[in-house]
Design a protein around this ligand. Sequence first.
Ligand SMILES: NC(=O)c1ccc[n+]([C@@H]2O[C@H](COP(=O)([O-])OP(=O)(O)OC[C@H]3O[C@@H](n4cnc5c(N)ncnc54)[C@H](O)[C@@H]3O)[C@@H](O)[C@H]2O)c1
Length: 332
Amino acid sequence: MTVRVALVGCGAMGEIVARDVYPGLGSATLAAVVDPDPGRAAQAAAHTGARAYPALAEALAAERIDAVDIRVPHHLHAGVALEAIGHGLHVLVEKPIATTVADARAIVDAADAAGVVLAVAENYPHLEAVREARRVLAEGGIGRPLAIQSTRAYRIDGVWVRDGWRESDGPAGGILLDQGTHQVSLIRQLGGPVASVSAAVSAGRALDTVTLTLRLESGVVAQSVLTWHSPGPWDQAEATIIASGGRLDVVVDYEKHAGGCVIWTPEGPGRRGAENYYDSHTLIAADWIGAITGGAQPRVPGREGLEDLAVIEAAAASLDAEGAFTPVRRTP
Ligand SMILES: NC(=O)c1ccc[n+]([C@@H]2O[C@H](COP(=O)([O-])OP(=O)(O)OC[C@H]3O[C@@H](n4cnc5c(N)ncnc54)[C@H](O)[C@@H]3O)[C@@H](O)[C@H]2O)c1
């Protein structure tokens, strides 16, 4: 079976998947590309041979579509996802799954009711470095975890800021939504569910520089630093786990498109695992298509996106409460 996909949103991320991901996916084909910006839709169409449309409704009226891949700004995720699910179509939606837990809940419930596959395009659970770290922790390779630290410090420019929504104070804007969901996903992968969170911002930088302190249900504490004001992510661990018997760094090398998991014990450092970071976009799409054709759960189902967003919503509430630890509303 070849899954016929409509790609909705042909901006920076949409172009990457149209150009680099779908042409190599044997079991899926892009049957439509959708963007109200005709130039962007045409460019994505040129990469794939798909027909270009200005709106999803027009694509659905003209093409036979099985599944919808959503790469639009954050505040539009929920509307497009519910439209697609309403037509009985499988959905892959970018992170964050939505901008409110209520919208995320509506998407998850609608997908369950419709019996369609709902996956979230969150990278970290797909990265071999993260999966290897989970294996090492499960084996007790560095002892009992004591603390987790994660950093997302880089500069956004070029295509990532050209429409202005990401750095704005509008409904889609801010680093907490854009990168916070990634970091929460990473910390949850390494340390399990989050019980409560305290958030703080550097003076005058609420949109682009945020720190999170997370109390995990396991009793471990985690910290995350997010900023768009650092020259680049070089020589920077994505996450570090400090444990009773050692330390583990999850490393992604964005320049060499590689990564790995470095373990430090009293015997010294050793590297395990290596991978191509950018392939995570292919892994995400291939996993979703595989879930559609094979009937398995996707690696990051909608419910996981909902869990990540619940932590971000609690962090936003903590900011409003001047950093008070705010419980995360766990969702059944
Ligand atoms: N997982 C990752 O690694 C990763 C990386 C970058 C971006 N993203 C996510 O991808 C999404 C898009 O980000 P981006 O940087 O590509 O944004 P962008 O602004 O470059 O592109 C968004 C596109 O959506 C189009 N659009 C707006 N409304 C639309 C509608 N109703 N139907 C169809 N198209 C519509 C816009 O015209 C624009 O071309 C965001 O959710 C972002 O968080 C994920």
